[in-house]
Design a protein around this ligand. Structure first.
Ligand code: SD4
Length: 329
């Protein structure tokens, strides 16, 4: 397993992009509204971790006037297709039985959403999630049902278990130590939020979840409100880390609601992490990272342990932002 470079809490962390080229229209009635004189940063894409290829792909869509929904789908698909990313899509680490099961969700500017949970054999769960959103009256499809639906929609069966992930799983099986705590090396879920030229927000989140999880275990990533939430009047938020903790606080929804109450994306992410800390006074050996954007194109990110970062791509540049953390080291 490759060791993730340990990035110390850095003064280089950029919590928000303030100025930008385009004029925003006014936002919704509730919460922090935009004055017509305020310039918004848009288009803009933000994603968890240093996924520069994924954010570049999303930017490609956005800069040509593409919409936020297409941008986040196209963006996260880059990681789903990358066999070297062992926590998303093809090449993801399997569950304890050796099966790669994928979780993903997507949410658009109108509050429409779709998700697939614990789905096997399909390389692009985010696109299946989009089909659930657009082609069914449902929000979530799980397991075999999701897989069958994917075939019906024309997706091809794909073997998701790469040699590398299989070898590591076989090695793990020798001790079968069940450590559901995700450590610094082991989480690279991609959550992505985009604000397009029209000022509309969409988001997506996709993962193979916790390595060697129990069969059938589902984390936060495909759960609307937990791993991802978008309210086009306010902003969006998404998460990475130990999903159970994010679900317990409905983390992404919480962050959007905190922004509705007037908090900046940065302050809202910090409060989201603190709520989780408050529920885990004696246990801090796990990582959570949140990122958020608002209608102005301000961004924020916060995590428990140093090591988390997030990408932003706007006309101001393509930047990997080391996240501030609750703990110093
Ligand atoms: C989960 N939140 O399944 C995901 C794991 C994660 O990078 O973020 N991995 O709990």
């Amino acid at each position: 397993m490759e060791r993730r470079k340990f990035i110390r809490h850095s003064t280089a962390a950029t919590a928000g992009l303030i100025s930008g080229p385009l004029l925003a229209s006014s936002a919704g009635q509730a919460g922090p509204t935009l004055k017509d004189s305020v310039k918004a940063v848009r288009p803009l894409v933000i994603c968890t971790w240093d996924f520069h290829k994924a954010s570049a792909k999303a930017w490609e869509v956005l800069k040509d006037g593409g919409n936020a929904l297409d941008a986040v789908e196209q963006g996260v698909k880059v990681e789903e297709a990358d066999p070297d990313n062992q926590t998303v899509g093809v090449g993801g680490r399997p569950d304890r039985d050796g099966n790669v099961t994928l979780d993903a969700c997507i949410m658009d500017k109108d509050g429409n959403c779709g998700a697939v949970l614990a789905m096997q054999n399909i390389a692009h769960p985010v696109s299946v999630a989009r089909k659930v959103m657009e082609e069914t009256p449902h929000v979530m499809l799980a397991g075999k049902g999701a897989e069958q639906f994917a075939y019906a929609m024309g997706f091809k069966k794909t073997d998701l278990l790469t040699q590398r992930s299989k070898q590591e799983w076989l090695e793990w099986k020798k001790t079968s130590k069940y450590e559901p705590v995700i450590n610094i090396e082991n989480h690279d879920t991609i959550g992505m939020l985009a604000l397009d030229q029209d000022g509309d927000i969409s988001g997506a989140c996709t993962t193979s979840g916790m390595a060697y999880k129990m069969a059938g275990r589902v984390g936060d990533s495909p759960i609307i409100g937990a791993g991802l939430f978008v309210d086009n009047e306010i902003g969006g938020a998404t998460a990475t880390g130990v999903g159970e903790e994010v679900v317990r606080t409905v983390g992404s929804f919480l962050i959007v609601e905190l922004m509705r109450q007037g908090k900046s994306p940065q302050d809202a992410c910090e409060e989201g992490v603190k709520r989780i800390i408050a529920k885990n006074k004696d246990k801090q050996d796990f990582q959570i990272g949140f990122i958020a954007i608002n209608k102005k194109g301000e961004t924020g990110g916060y995590c428990i342990h140093p090591g988390f970062s997030y990408r932003t791509y706007s006309e101001a540049g393509h930047v990997n932002n080391p996240s501030k953390s609750y703990l110093e080291s």
